[in-house]
Design a protein around this ligand. Structure first.
Ligand code: ZN
Length: 517
């Protein structure tokens, strides 16, 4: 067991630096987004001048003239495009934000030329904001995941023992994402930043028009203001990454049963007095409070913490099995995820990133399917991000329950069990005319189970097999989807596509008559 305190302190600082490095990459992507937006804004102002200015000067009176009919039509068309863009947004949280911004925009009663141009600028800034929000959510979620596992690895390596780490809980990440630890969460800050920027751009433009400023100075001031806004976004990225990194550490401490941590200020020139005073101080994990005794303490903070064991002999240090001395983080991580199979990390990331939209989807499912929806949100996400084809199966199940093609008495488990049974008992069967069954349609699974609404009972798998291998007769039809062959067995009529070897559907024979009796 490596007990050298300085070594582990250095490791904690290195982990902070790794999280910090993510910020630099993210900021570079945001810079591109800002550049694109700046180009658009510049073009909008230019067009505005070209349209309404006389001899390169645009008077205020000219700018606040009400839109004429053609201009109003044009404005409405651009609004229409923007509505389409919002409707196509797949991230529910971003969509909700954009909708709220659009509502505010369309509430403005009187629309003059200046107002219309500001509206255009606002749409550009909303788009910029949406992009920043998406990039940040992704990066922060990923930083959280990585920090959590790396801290867990460090704790175990320090103890010289290996144990299984609890997976990241959906609720934990959601909590960190939405908790306004500094008075607002990062997405609120992002949109506040946008509102402030829009306000100052407007003010600038209006004053410029009143004073008769030409387009040159206006364009310059636009660049400056966008630059300031980008700096604010960059600061937000740095501070939030430090926040997510430290919150992941806190979760790792809790998962490992670590009771104490030591505050570590990054002792470079930028360290502030507050952080300097906290450096080396020890606190209970249970009493950690962000901004009070747990980093970040202020914007741009780079402080972090390291686990501390008052007796160097705590329970967590004796748990699990002995860790090989030279095990790397990669090897350890692979071992941790090995049990969950291939693609686990990718799915886990999506699971975290899509919490907000998945919750809405789950809500809609519950409204549509009632008792047939998965019992809990977590159960739903388990299906959605399972390693197999559970989700594809679930979608087929939900569709058939929704349209009455499957009895609501059938739960998803029965549906899955039936599908598995069909695969086991019918795939590989050779029909009487030599077609090998290789697959089944989703619809066929529902047909085997049956539907109450369609007053159709199910069919036994053995009856299907009997119809396929030993039919009383069969016929062949050519439809829109190609050829299909029907096998008339004693108790079932089964339809197969002979070109693909797929069972399309099955019906019980004489079922209608029996059920109506
Ligand atoms: Zn600090």
């Amino acid at each position: 067991m490596a007990a050298n305190k300085d070594y582990w302190a250095a490791r904690a600082l290195q982990r902070e630096a790794e999280a910090y490095a993510r910020g630099a990459e993210l900021s570079a992507r945001l810079y591109d987004a800002y550049q694109t937006a700046l180009r658009d804004l510049r073009r909008q102002i230019n067009d505005f001048y070209v349209r309404y200015a006389r001899e390169n000067r645009l008077t205020y009176a000219e700018a606040v003239k009400a839109l004429n009919r053609a201009e109003a039509r044009e404005w409405k068309a651009s609004l229409g495009e923007w509505v389409e863009r919002i409707n196509a947004e797949t991230d529910q949280e971003i969509k909700a934000r954009l909708k709220a911004e659009l509502d505010a925009l369309s509430y403005r009663s009187r629309m003059d030329r200046l107002e219309a141009m500001c509206g255009q600028m606002e749409m550009t800034l909303d788009e910029l904001c949406a992009r920043c929000m998406r990039e940040m959510s992704e990066e922060f979620g990923e930083a959280y995941r990585e920090s959590y596992y790396k801290k867990s690895f460090d704790i175990q390596q320090r103890a010289g023992r290996i144990w299984e780490v609890a997976g990241i809980d959906v609720g934990m990440v959601e909590h960190v994402m939405s908790y306004p630890w500094s008075g607002a969460n990062f997405s609120d800050r992002l949109w506040q930043n946008k509102t402030a920027l829009l306000f100052s751009l407007r003010q600038d433009l209006t004053q410029g028009l009143i004073k008769g400023t030409g387009i040159g100075p206006l364009s310059k001031s636009l660049s400056e203001q966008m630059g300031q806004s980008y700096k604010a976004a960059e600061r937000l990225v740095r501070t939030e990454l430090n926040h997510f990194h430290n919150e992941a550490d806190r979760a790792a401490y809790q998962a490992a049963g670590i009771e104490w941590y030591e505050f570590m200020a990054t002792l470079d020139s930028r360290t502030c007095a507050v952080c300097g005073a906290l450096d080396g101080k020890r606190f209970k994990v249970a009493e950690a409070q962000t901004g009070v005794n747990y980093p970040p303490m202020h914007p741009n903070d780079r402080c972090t913490t390291v686990e501390w064991d008052p007796e160097e002999q705590a329970d967590w240090a004796a748990a699990g099995e002995k860790m090989p001395e030279r095990m790397t983080y990669e090897e350890w991580y692979q071992r941790q995820v090995a049990e969950h199979g291939e693609g686990y990390v990718e799915r886990e990331r999506k699971r975290v990133y899509n919490i907000a939209s998945d919750k809405e989807q789950y809500q809609r499912l519950k409204e549509k399917l009632g008792e047939n929806a998965p019992a809990t949100f977590e159960a739903f996400q388990n299906i959605k991000y399972s390693s197999g084809d559970d989700y594809a199966q679930f979608k087929a199940y939900a569709r058939d329950i929704g349209n009455g093609g499957l009895t609501p008495l059938a739960d998803f488990k029965l549906y899955q069990d039936t599908a598995a049974q069909i695969d086991a008992e019918l795939v590989g069967v050779i029909t009487s005319d030599g077609t090998e069954i290789v697959a089944k349609s989703d619809h066929f699974v529902s047909r085997v189970i049956g539907s109450v609404e369609e007053r159709r009972s199910g069919v036994e798998i053995s009856s299907v097999r009997e119809a396929l291998t030993n039919p009383e007769r069969r016929d062949s039809r050519r439809g829109k989807k190609g050829v299909s062959v029907r096998y008339f067995g004693k108790e079932a009529i089964v339809t197969v596509n002979p070109d693909t070897g797929t069972i399309i559907q099955a019906n019980p024979r004489h079922s209608r008559k029996e059920m109506e009796q």
